[in-house]
Write a protein of this length. Structure first.
Length: 353
């Protein structure tokens, strides 16, 4: 692995951008960084772009050398050339080469809003208690053909405050990875990306949040998150449902151990097959299902794996149980959360998982 040395003053922000066979899209991503401009919140920060070429076999390296030789990004562009080892080693190589006190993420097939770096830098500099600043994103795809992913983007965009992000983190990854900017100290304190049988971005957010990281999201859409056919979430087994369920179970069990006053018992809203499969790995870590709560009369009264399926009236009163809302059908979890709130259960007493 090698990267380009520089004698320039240390930048405030390092944009870490892994690229593998990305010649078709990388130019647009770099152009969006070249086009950064001030916002009403502050100026464009001094920044560098650390592009990690993860052993590409297309024209990615040629494109990077063209950008360097023509000085399109001046001395901001710092390529890192590494053998192909995958996304996590590429990300960590980028972190190792990055010199900024703030680290912004971006992918080679996405584009940044012109004021993104200015806005996020100001957000972190003006709010010392915030460790990570994310933004809402624009879905860059066909909503009809990829309605599931589009709905996921809409869900992420609905989570703005730290409280919303923290409470939703066991449902799915609550922030868009290429939209984030975080303090270098987060890596020093809580660790870099980990390689394993799990989604590396969800794992790092779960780990950082578990250790007390404060995350906030700006409501403006500051990144176009393109839905490429080769996106890892479509093909990589680390993003498969089973891998996500195992990752959720590990960190959810640790959260419940520290925060559930009724540990190990939890009540599950959702008695269907999908909800049960979703939480099956959790029981291997210590928590115990007290009962499944459902509204389907054909399920109520049954026992699944020795656990009773009950109607909503059987749920203990507010303050007397810990609840996991595991419904997954579109709108079902939201309806159940509304019902729980209306019946007096406070948001801190139930989680959407």
């Amino acid at each position: 692995m090698n990267f380009s040395p520089t004698s320039d003053p240390q930048p405030l922000v390092s944009v870490v951008l892994p690229a593998w066979n990305a010649a078709r899209t990388l130019g647009a991503a770099l152009q969006s960084l070249l086009d950064q401009c001030p916002s009403s919140l502050g100026p464009v920060p001094d920044f560098e772009v650390v592009v990690v070429d993860d052993g590409s076999t297309d024209d990615t390296r040629t494109l990077l050398e063209h950008w360097r030789s023509t000085h399109l990004l001046g001395n901001r562009l710092r390529p890192v050339y590494a053998p192909h080892r995958g996304i996590v080693p590429a990300l960590n190589s980028g972190l190792a080469a990055a010199r900024g006190a703030l680290v912004a993420r971006m992918d080679a097939d996405d584009t940044a809003h012109p004021q993104r770096l200015a806005c996020q830098t100001a957000h972190l500099l003006d709010n010392e208690h915030i460790d990570l600043s994310a933004t809402c994103v624009t879905f860059g795809g066909d909503r009809e053909l990829a309605h599931g992913f589009a709905h996921f983007v809409d869900w992420q965009n609905s989570l703005l405050t730290h409280e919303q992000i923290s409470r939703a983190r066991f449902r799915d990854t609550p922030v868009c990875h290429p939209s984030v900017m975080f303090r270098r100290g987060c890596v020093n304190q809580w660790g870099a990306y980990r390689d394993g049988d799990f989604a590396e971005d969800w794992e790092i957010w779960l780990r950082w949040l578990h250790h007390g990281a404060v995350m906030d999201k700006q409501p403006e859409q500051m990144l176009v998150w393109n839905d490429a056919p080769t996106r890892a979430t479509r093909a990589d087994r680390r993003y498969a449902r089973e891998a996500c369920d195992r990752l959720r179970a590990f960190w959810l069990a640790r959260w419940l151990e520290q925060n559930n006053p009724f540990h190990p018992l939890v009540w599950i809203v959702g008695g269907g097959r999908v909800a049960r499969q979703r939480l099956a790995p959790l029981w291997q870590h210590g928590p115990v299902p007290a009962a499944y709560i459902d509204i389907d009369p054909h399920k109520i009264g049954n026992r699944v794996g020795g656990v009773a399926v009950m109607g909503r009236s059987a749920l203990p009163p507010p303050g007397q149980c810990c609840i996991l809302n595991a419904l997954t059908a579109h709108g079902a979890a939201e309806e159940a959360s509304q019902w729980l709130t209306q019946t007096g259960h406070q948001p801190g007493q139930f989680l959407i998982v």
